[in-house]
Design a protein around this ligand. Structure first.
Ligand code: ADP
Length: 501
């Protein structure tokens, strides 16, 4: 209303001043600058000067996600439901005089279903639901972050009241962005935001209507300020981890429901081949497979579409990059190096060696499914390191010198060698990294890698003839099937020392 009056009055005032022959130029420039600043501020904060946002960005469209729509995560779902019962069973809580839960922290890698869990929690408890991400609170204007925290609480209360719900859930993703440890030095914008969040949480009362529950998600619990994790704040911690094989199968089942699957599609087999994939990646596999089927004009989504989709999610889209003949030869040699060592370490492991460029890679070895594994012995780690080194060693032997193509392999090998040291399986014994010199760790990691490089060289040289023959096939056909490769390896029984002997 005030705005409308201003809109009308200002032009009249200007005209009046012009009529009086007053020079209005400087006033106009000043007013334009003020208007510019106001516009920017209100865009940044989403809050109009009247103090109320017109349309909140935190209100998310109502979803129908239930706990049943989340594959796996049985333990996490159980723990979360337990925490939510505190929101539902009010009488019991007050009967026993239990302090209500204010905050639940979900921790785990991206794409494991933390947001889904929060949404399902809102439906389970029939709560109003608002969501924000930590990065949305980071602004260059001091006070905007804190204002947004207030907005969040206000929004959820308003929404619950409007819908007649007696509880509200606020979901904050990437909480570490605002909830990082305070350094105690300079007063940062983050500190104000975090303080505001703590104040709001402390202000939640047991008998409030609507009852507010905060659910936050992070991948970096170690970075959070201890004040956030104190009892009475985010004191329920629930781990939402990468899915295991059974969970991956369930996620596939959820996302393939209602899609035209061919009879040959075994979800268990796909789950087995996707070790280490997150829920979001599993969803992506299903989606990509459907896209491949559509491109193929196939009535149904077949197993080959899933195979392509798994490759795509793992390695990236096939690219049109045409490698030079020289490059192709080098890549073929490199991949065969990996493949030969892989077969020695885990017979039957190579499913296919390919020279098709995909993502950043110019070629790759497709492995047969492995069992989910969470513990590694020293031997297993050493063998994996040798598989990684196989590519560079083959280039050295058959091409002369290494190339930048081995960078990723070396990174993986280094990580695994460090794992050996940190797990107390190296010559250094049980060590704490902060008590020994970095150079000592470096030397030991190097020694491990040098020894394994030497061993990899010895193994590869044993298979000289197979190497030459399979290289020929790979260069001609651009693919080499695992069975053919194994039969060639069997024909040439190596003599002398092999891995582990
Ligand atoms: P996070 O919040 O942990 O990063 P999300 O909950 O946003 O992950 O998950 C992203 C997408 O991945 C979801 O929309 C869903 O399609 C899929 N997804 C992830 N985890 C699961 C799961 N456990 N069950 C079913 N789908 C999942």
């Amino acid at each position: 209303m005030v705005k409308e009056i201003l809109y009308g009055a200002v032009p009249v005032l200007i005209l009046f001043l012009v009529f009086l022959k007053v020079n209005v130029g400087p006033f106009l420039v000043f007013a334009a600058v003020l208007a510019g600043i106001y516009f920017l501020m209100s865009r940044q904060s989403g809050v109009s000067m009247g103090g109320r946002s017109k349309r909140s960005k935190h209100v998310v469209p109502k979803t129908n996600i239930q706990f049943a729509d989340i594959g796996g995560q049985e333990r996490a779902k159980r723990e979360l439901k337990e925490a939510l019962d505190f929101l539902i069973k009010k009488e019991k809580i007050s009967h026993y005089g239990i302090r209500p839960i204010k905050g639940v922290l979900l921790t785990g890698p991206p794409g494991t279903g933390k947001t889904l869990m929060a949404k399902a929690a809102a439906n389970y408890t029939n709560s109003a639901f608002v969501a924000a991400s930590g990065s949305q609170f980071v602004e260059m204007y001091v006070g905007v972050g804190a204002q947004r925290v207030r907005d969040l609480f206000r929004d959820v209360k308003q929404m619950a009241e409007k819908n007649g719900q007696d509880s509200g859930i606020i979901f904050i993703d990437e909480i570490e962005v605002i909830g990082g440890k305070r350094d105690g030095q300079q007063q940062r914008e983050y500190d104000q935001t975090l303080n505001q969040l703590l104040t709001e949480m402390d202000g939640i009362g047991a008998s409030d209507t609507p009852r507010i529950l905060l659910i936050a998600a992070t991948n970096r619990k170690d970075m959070l300020d201890p004040a956030l994790l104190r009892p009475g704040r985010f004191d329920r911690h629930i781990v939402v981890d990468l899915p295991d094989k059974k969970a991956r199968e369930q996620i596939l089942r959820i996302h393939t429901a209602g899609k035209p699957l061919a009879d040959d599609v075994g979800l268990e087999k796909i789950a087995q081949e996707t070790f280490g994939f997150s829920g979001a990646q599993m969803e992506s596999v299903v989606n990509e497979a459907a896209i491949y089927a559509m491109r193929d004009h196939s009535e149904t989504i077949e197993i080959r579409h899933f195979a392509l989709a798994v490759d795509k999610v793992m390695m990236g889209e096939q690219t049109d990059r045409e490698a030079t003949v020289e490059e192709k030869r080098r890549v073929a040699i490199h991949e065969l190096g990996h493949a030969i060592i892989s077969e020695q370490v885990r017979p039957g492991s190579v499913s296919q060696v390919t020279l098709t460029p995909r993502g950043q890679a110019l070629g790759y070895v497709r492995q047969n499914p492995m069992e989910d594994r969470y513990l590694y012995t020293k031997e297993a780690l050493e063998q994996q390191i040798m598989v990684c080194l196989g590519g560079a060693v083959a280039e050295e032997i058959y091409y002369g010198g290494r190339s930048t193509g081995s960078k990723n392999d070396f990174e993986q090998a280094l990580t695994m060698a460090q794992e050996i040291v940190q797990s107390g399986m190296s010559r250094l014994g049980i060590v704490h990294l902060s008590y020994i010199a970095k150079s000592q760790v470096h030397d030991e990691v190097n020694r491990i890698l040098e020894e394994l490089l030497e061993q990899t060289r010895r193994v590869l040289r044993q298979f000289d003839p197979v190497f030459v023959n399979s290289l020929q096939i790979l260069l001609e056909k651009e693919v080499l099937g695992g069975d053919l490769f194994r039969s060639m390896l069997r024909e040439q029984q190596p003599t002398g020392e092999l891995i582990g002997s």
